[in-house]
Design a protein around this ligand. Sequence first.
Ligand code: ATP
Ligand code: MG
Length: 426
Amino acid sequence: MAFPERLDIPTDVLDISNTLEGAGFEAWCVGGAIRDTLLGEANSDFDIATSATPEQVRALFPHNVPVGEKYGTIAVRSRRRFHEVTTFRQDVRTDGRHAEVQFGVSLEEDLARRDFTINAIAYHPIRQEWRDPFDGAADLDQRTVRAVGEAGRRFGEDYLRILRALRFAARFEFKIDTPTWDAALAAAPGLVNLSAERVRDEWFKGLRTTRSIERLVDLWWKVGAAKVWLPELVQEPRPQLPAAPAGAVRAPERRQSLVGRREERSAALPELTGVHGATLRRDPVLLTILLCLDPVAVLVRLKASNAEIARAAAVLAGRPEPEGATPVAVRRWLSAVGDAADDLEMLWELRHRVAPIWEPVMRGIRERGEPLTRKELAITGADLQSAGVPPGPAMGNLLERLLAMVVDDPALNTREVLLARARSLR
Ligand code: ATP
Ligand code: MG
């Protein structure tokens, strides 16, 4: 691939580069944004590699957050956006999950510590120069994920790279170069050394960005990652899953793919209709529920947040769908499943690839604000107490019965009716 003469670099990134270069340091754009832009995919998340040390970066940019200072990474604010500025570095010691790093190295050495050739291309945003010592351009052309340097050694330095290879292959529909794949297979048992958080972030990112969930699942099994971290993952996911949202944003039309495949690939994307957008369909928690046999155990193992684990548990506890599409049936279901309703509806949609016929019914119920919880009843426990109902289980029971009544007929949700009914039920 011949590199374009120049890339459109966002002004906020140019400002950072100008400041660094003006102070006598080198500043290069590297990593995912360069790769994605060359592939014709939008990515404004530009990373900057620099010869300035982290302290020098902090001194030049008063608005900064030392997100990974030990590793040389400072997030720098420019025109309200943050970009990561990372000092050229080399990994001097690694244990498969952490690296001890050394600064004061050249751009070429910095590119050499990066994982894949497609991620090791640098562009100078001011001089419009390219550096591609590992021929990442050829791999972009050939749609190949290839390790920088000796793959076996590179995976041994950081096992996460195995999962990253799978993610990029699944996201771009790239093949994995044979020596890289063989090394990944051989190194996969070492995945056990990774922290659950890093594995979770990779798994979630993979789910969000892959073009085909089947491919991602297949790769996780084939390389041996599922065996180590996700044995509950269903090997051949039956449900037809929606195609990837193709990144958060699509590239503007003028940014033509340099490998000439973008149009083809976007044409292959089915129209994502239904009430929920593509982003929600790629909710990693929901997809984990859909794809794994014991999703709660999986999320616990991956150290997902308590909220995420609770969400999965609520989904599993809820009835998957209402008994019918009548307003009464749908209200009963909504009332029973509570907060899990949206997740259950999304799962239904993911499994069947169409929105359920009860979805508009559900929307109507919500739009009309029909009562579904005790809190929405036109009377409270205090009202019942003044009407002579003693607090305690009997009152709870009574409120439940009143709720069941108004769920079946929302017109009954008035103070008078409910008080009268409470008296007769007592
Ligand atoms: P995306 O942000 O789309 O996931 P990316 O390639 O930008 O993809 P980041 O995690 O943002 O990935 O990392 C930025 C760059 O840092 C990568 O392109 C790569 O050059 C390098 N890098 C990231 N993680 C590793 C790693 N584990 N080993 C080696 N290099 C890495
Ligand atoms: Mg990135």
